[in-house]
Design a protein around this ligand. Structure first.
Ligand code: OGA
Ligand code: MN
Length: 297
């Protein structure tokens, strides 16, 4: 049986049915990939996925990121480190406390970002699976960075050509109020360069590539670079570029980190359980290398 594709928007988000992601056939994987390169956000409702099945499906798209930002020696993790734990639960499965380190760190997910742009090899795609959803709030918004690029005035497109931004996890976390990385955590994740405009090989579409992790632009005065980044994020997240996902239990949502930004919306995280897990695949190279732009010193 071929997969069923139900577009939510003409070319940004689609729901996919008639496939069991715990055991997809090679033909189904190929059909999913073709849809993914077109839409950038795919929703698979009603999936029953064990952890190893989730990881096996994710591995079809690239190597799975295994190291987490927070040091497990300092902040114990509930899940295998191949998953980002997108929940409000402590290792013992209880709702976290108001002052928990995970909670302070994950507040940064409310800012527009793309996963792991703060790593030299950034995230290619992320696959987030919901087990328990909050009854109110806790949605995830996605912004189409290809459409945002297309909508830029020509002189702005020219200005952006060849520009490289510096991304760092400390930048976004400072913005969301978390500034207490240990020395070892900071050492592991120094600032990295990423181009501001990239081309997605599978579609040949150009895309903006910004995030709350981006702090300055190489070769530009700090304040000017920062202002340009803020302006681009404001442009790229206008409502007409955004799809809001309202979670159901057992949704698997995957997105292309190369050409989308996303953020979580608020919910009462000290009251409701929200339990989701994410696998993220690593991109093939740093974006400067992919664009043939020298990596700034
Ligand atoms: C993520 C993320 C936001 C949310 O899973 O990468 O940023 O909806 N999630 O909690
Ligand atoms: Mn994220």
């Amino acid at each position: 049986m071929t997969i069923a594709i139900s577009p939510i928007t003409p070319d940004f988000a689609a729901e996919i049915g008639d496939v069991d992601l715990s055991a997809p056939s090679p033909a189904e994987i190929e059909a999913i990939k073709a849809a993914f390169w077109k839409y950038a956000v795919l929703i698979f409702p009603g999936q029953e996925l064990a952890a190893d099945e989730h990881l096996a499906f994710a591995a079809q798209f690239g190597p799975i990121e295994g190291d987490r930002v927070l040091d497990p020696k300092v902040t114990p993790h509930r899940l295998d480190t191949q998953f980002a734990d997108i929940s409000n639960l402590d290792p013992d499965g209880k709702i976290w406390s108001q002052d928990s380190r995970q909670r302070m760190y994950k507040a940064g997910n409310r800012l527009w970002h793309t996963d792991s742009s703060f790593r030299f090899l950034p995230g290619l795609c992320s696959l987030l699976y919901s087990r328990t959803v909050a009854p109110l709030g806790g949605h995830t918004e996605f912004a189409d960075q290809r459409a945002a690029y297309d909508a830029l005035p020509e002189d702005m497109k020219r200005t952006l050509r060849g520009l490289v931004a510096e991304h760092c996890i400390a930048t976004s976390r400072k913005r969301s109020g978390f500034a207490t990385f240990t020395d070892e955590e900071s050492r592991k994740l120094p600032p990295v360069p990423q181009v501001l405009v990239r081309t997605i090989p599978q579609s040949s579409r150009k895309s903006l590539y910004v995030a709350s992790h981006a702090g300055r632009i190489y070769g530009m005065p700090e304040a000017e670079g920062r202002a340009l980044i803020d302006r681009l994020i404001a442009h790229a997240t206008q409502r007409h570029f955004v799809y809001t996902h309202r979670w159901r239990e057992r949704d698997l949502v995957m997105w292309d980190n190369r050409c989308t930004m996303h953020r979580g919306t608020d919910y009462d995280d000290l009251r409701w359980v929200r339990d989701m897990r994410r696998a993220t695949c690593t991109d093939v190279a740093n974006t400067c290398e992919q664009e043939g732009i020298p990596v700034p010193a």
